[in-house]
Design a protein around this ligand. Sequence first.
Ligand code: 7PJ
Length: 298
Amino acid sequence: MQKLLCGRFELLLHRPLVMGIVNVTPDSFSDGGCFDSTAAAAAHARKLVEAGADILDIGGESTRPGAATVPVEEEIRRVVPVLQALQSMNVPLSVDTRKPEVMRAALEAGVDLVNDIAALEGVGALELVAQSGAAVCLMHKQGDPRSMQSAPEYADVVAEVTNYLAARRDAALAAGIARERILLDPGFGFGKTFEHNVALFRALAAMRQELGCPLLVGVSRKSMLGQITGKPVGERASASVAAAVLAAQAGAEVIRVHDVAGTVDALKVLRTLGVACCEALRDNARLSVKGPVLGPND
Ligand code: 7PJ
């Protein structure tokens, strides 16, 4: 049975897991400004767990195209109090950061997963995670959030992203991070045109097979869904749920979303009515955890 060693937890990957997004940023593109205090972010996080989130992803720096960078101290000030407030919830906590200093502070605060859009390329990041018990998500991006959407270019986007993820997976293994602690992510919208995103999404099943590590997919509310539906960011929930189902059907093990309740329902329907095409969908066994049992929605 495939599993993800994730800090305090051992997550079985026999069904797709839902990672709920908790932004602690005043400038986030979809819910910016709503959850910019610790109490509000923690309250939002609790709602996501009630809605069935398996993992909470806490981020203190917006990485939307064109976003300004946040100083290290400010990012720590945003993220660590939220991690502390959620420690006792018995749900795996992830930190969405590319800064090794923030990773260090989050690991000290007990974070279970480091979600790095820079795939641990930061100085000392591989070693930091290797010395911890945390899981890691290694994501592909081209360029930097500030400039990445200006002119993304690939000769073969699927091959290049797959090769990059394989190389970062191998760097993590070489640094001493066990295979069972690694998630890989093609990084939808990070230095990719609409056509690049579509090509990558359609190649998910093949990438999953080739890479041999669980995949995390994040397309929730992203512009590729706006381009498909013609809808603004606040009206992309249905499109996001549809994409989550398709990603899970292609074999993605973790789906990163804003709209947890709808995604959880849709994935339950997929598991029961869908045609099994991957390990995540074949096995109806329940999520198990090391230590106390996870929330009531499993
Ligand atoms: C992603 C992420 C993603 C991973 C963001 C947004 C932008 N981390 N952090 N994958 N996206 N691993 O939520 O639209 O796709 S921030």
